[in-house]
Design a protein around this ligand. Sequence first.
Ligand code: ATP
Ligand code: MG
Length: 646
Amino acid sequence: MTVEDLYPVPAELAKSAWADKANYEAMYRASVEDPAAFWGEHGKRVDWIKPYTQVKDVSYDKDDLHIRWYYDGTLNVSYNCIDRHLETKGDRTAIIWEGDDPSDDKTLTYRELHEEVCKFSNVLKAQGIKKGDRVTLYMPMVVEAAVAMLACARIGAVHSIVFGGFSPDALAGRIRDCESNCVITADEGLRGGKTIPLKENTDKALESCPDCTTCIVIRRTGVETGWVAGRDVWYHEEMAKVDADCPPEEMNAEDPLFILYTSGSTGQPKGVLHTTGGYIVYAAMTHRYVFDYHDGDIYWCTADVGWVTGHSYIVYGPLANGATTLMFEGVPNYPTVSRFWEVCDKHQVNIFYTAPTAIRALMRDGDEPVRKTSRSSLRLLGSVGEPINPEAWRWYHEVVGDSRCPIVDTWWQTETGGILITPLPGATDLKPGSATRPFFGIDPIMVDNDGKVLEGACEGVLCIKDSWPGQMRTVYGDHERFYQTYFATFPGRYFTGDGARRDEDGYYWITGRVDDVINVSGHRMGTAEVESALVAHDKVSEAAVVGYPHDIKGQGIYAYVTLTAGVESTEELRTELAKWVRQEIGPIATPDLIQWAPGLPKTRSGKIMRRILRKVAENEYGSLGDTSTLADPAVVDELIENRMNR
Ligand code: ATP
Ligand code: MG
């Protein structure tokens, strides 16, 4: 690690930040030495109806697996996200909504949000939805999505959001899996100037979901849709019939808040269940510290509410903190590739949180579309979803952030409810490509394949030693799968499924999924490092690396490479890239096969699906496994056609 690779905390920022170096160290130590005392104190960040006297009760044992936090307390999440701010911040903007079309936007104050949520809660009740019922949301990024989430929370119904890009089959599977009796959707969604037939998809899905008997439809584009009398109702018509008085339901801390299916990068999605008290405490606290949120800041997370990032860091965390949160309906490249930065200027965004896939895509179009915007309001940048290649990190830092804004590379999972490993802007010096240090209360441990705990600088499998309040409580309807997936591999610890390296400063570098680790002649290698080396070459815009059976080495390295716009794919370039990786990392990492990939298979949330690439590399493309979460199946056909190993 060279000195240039360290980006120190800006001195000005440290002065005003919630955490600086000194209090991070002290608070971190306290948080892992006595978690019950620490979380007992921080549980007070939210308002309780009946305060808890018990903080933590956790066992990871096979026969007694349970996770409970604040379990004798009662509260309501919608109250915490709205009502408690009304007295002091009623007129503050809660949500800024930016439509797909740049001329389309609106804002909602906390008072207006309160009225909408109370009314929609009454609509749900009028439709017979009760506490404990599962309600599926299949929605575009409109304000009503946040309203529906909060209304469910208000009456104690459990929401399950299915990303609006999913197919009718994927939607039906998720509705049936959680036995949902109501679905909320829109006539159509609007993204990047194109419409998405949400109601039509819902109609198809419901053909195989006889127990889902209510469908509430938001009018977004006004297109004519099919209609099933007795099942379908219009949102706006029902809203006109109810009053705006709906007291929040008193919920136990361990009552379910939502179910969310993981994005399916590694296999069949899991119905992750989160509960009320611990989740909201953890979402609020991480949002406050990781984004160093101060009153009045304009905060924008570009995720979709269909992903956990949208749950914790568009809706629940920010609103619990009385923040102003921006919801964006569109995509980064519509109408132009400057859209993100134009929105930052238009709404004077201070904190901006996005995914590496978006950054890599925008990088491809060069600096000019970014440079021509001001971005002077930006103070902090964030990244989530995949390892961010150092090359992309530097571009994000220098071009987007004008070398002025720290980047928080936040590592976490649907399962963790909130961010676990991350810099704190006022406390952590940054290293491009590293998610850096654990958040308060998180004790990461590194183990080898035999479960032996590794000390100091090392490379291995990332586990978390103890529980934290935002942790998932079960896989919905399948507690055995919960145990098998997360606690069977290394008994007594939470197994993340991710590989990592810990350096001499105690910084963590996520190297990729454990399933994706490559073993070349006995040397274990994460995919992230080889990919980052490839992306660092100026002719490469994106890369995905997998292993494939190799007679001599055990496994060979197979690289899929997407070239920068306008670059020709020649044999010379292939040789040059292999040589380049050899120089950057070492002979052991030299790719054996390089396939040109005009596109890479990704989940709908933009993550590279290496398990599919592995199948193609192994020449086993007949058995690709679950492809329901794939964004563009045509990409795979192209790769199969031009595969290198046959
Ligand atoms: P599935 O579990 O169904 O395979 P998934 O793991 O992609 O899907 P998510 O919960 O959306 O579902 O993603 C969490 C995973 O994303 C992490 O386990 C990690 O592999 C990756 N990830 C998220 N943030 C980061 C980050 N900042 N750096 C590196 N990897 C990250
Ligand atoms: Mg996962």
